[in-house]
Design a protein around this ligand. Sequence first.
Ligand SMILES: [Fe+2]
Length: 143
Amino acid sequence: MKTNSGKMENKNYKIGKAFFEKEWNDEKIKIHSECVIEACINMSLSTDLNQNIFIIAGWIHDLGRKIDKDSHHVLSLDFLKEFLKENTNFTEIEKELKDCILNHRSEGNPETIYGLIFKCADKVALHNNKWLEYKKNKKSSCS
Ligand SMILES: [Fe+2]
């Protein structure tokens, strides 16, 4: 099946990706974030949902892992704050971005449809072929 990965790389995708690269640029999380965004975009095709929310949340949701894995969903909100300071035109979607980021983990309770889709996409991303390929190569280079 054809994926939407080519189409999803719009201007906001590049803005989010540039922020991610500036803050951390971890290879593993970069691939994971790409897969989360792809799953969100594919889940919201032919809807009126704002895909920019998924794109920005996708790039920011795991940045907190740079500091601490256990509380990363909360710590990622600080990165969101920083992002919104630099990109004030995204403040109108702040509530949805926060919901996606804060509630993306298994114990999260999303309040918006964006958060619900995002939480699901975080798990779907683990089955993305690009992710599986990355994990496989990583394993074989370690052995
Ligand atoms: Fe996460």
